[in-house]
Design a protein around this ligand. Sequence first.
Ligand code: A3P
Length: 298
Amino acid sequence: LPSYKDSLGNLYNYRECWYYPNTLQGVLNFERGFEPQKTDIILASYPKSGTTWLKALTIALFERLKNRSSDDLHPLQSHNPHGIVPVLEIGLYLKTSTPDLTRFSTPRVFSTHMPFHTLQLPLKDTPCKIVYVCRNVKDVLVSLWYFKCVQLQKKVDMEPLFESLCEGVGSCGPIWEHVLSYWRGCLEDPKQVLFMRYEEMKSEPCAQVKRLAEFLGCPFTEEEEEEGSVDKILELCSLRNLSGLEINKSGKNLNNLPYSAFFRKGEVGDFKNHLTPEMENKIDMIIQEKYKGSGLKF
Ligand code: A3P
């Protein structure tokens, strides 16, 4: 397979997407072993595009349908969203093509960073619902950079990450192919793929969470709306609330990374504080060119 080396190791290109070896093994295991159910829900994203937020919202939307006593701790108060919704190729299928999925109740909710065409392979005969969240590439870059500094436990230069992102060789990249794969999937079948944008989730959270609920088949009732259920879910899933919870302040994920690394600023346009005008311009030119004719605009 074509390979590329970055500061975290070798990346390999498989089905037009770059992966670190572990993740690639997870992708292969997933392709070989995943048996979809038509009620499954898969939350898809390019890393650092708002996955944690989307997971929290989805968990909260389904959790509200359960008959819970007011004494019960909400799962989001005792678990990080990634602990509840595992990443298929990084969590469940990393080491085996036959993981034990019995702990999942219906609908099973999973997540992935695989592009649409790879994800679709095992879903061909049993399509299920996919929610994709995308984000401005420049903010993704900045968020990736901060995350990488946590992974490497030191402040690293942003330049190599910027260059590899522009060349399309980062983990799960090229980012534009990733986004376009789901964009096309959504154009082809909007009942199967919901395309969300981080920026819209920030600017019109109520409308977007209602849109998500509707797509997932659990729309808010009038009564719920009158009771302020939408706002309660948004508050529960807000960066401020989640990042302040003990589990997210002190817990770690499977790779020993602190959960706190998944909550930083959560703002739109933070790239302005980090990228030079030349860097901005280069990304803008690439994205404009890659998205040309797709109907996708930022
Ligand atoms: P920043 O680094 O720009 O702050 P992912 O979840 O895909 O790994 O993406 C992480 C990004 O989403 C980070 O962006 C993080 O701060 C932001 N984020 C995490 N939880 C969020 C939430 N509940 N609401 C809004 N943004 C959130």
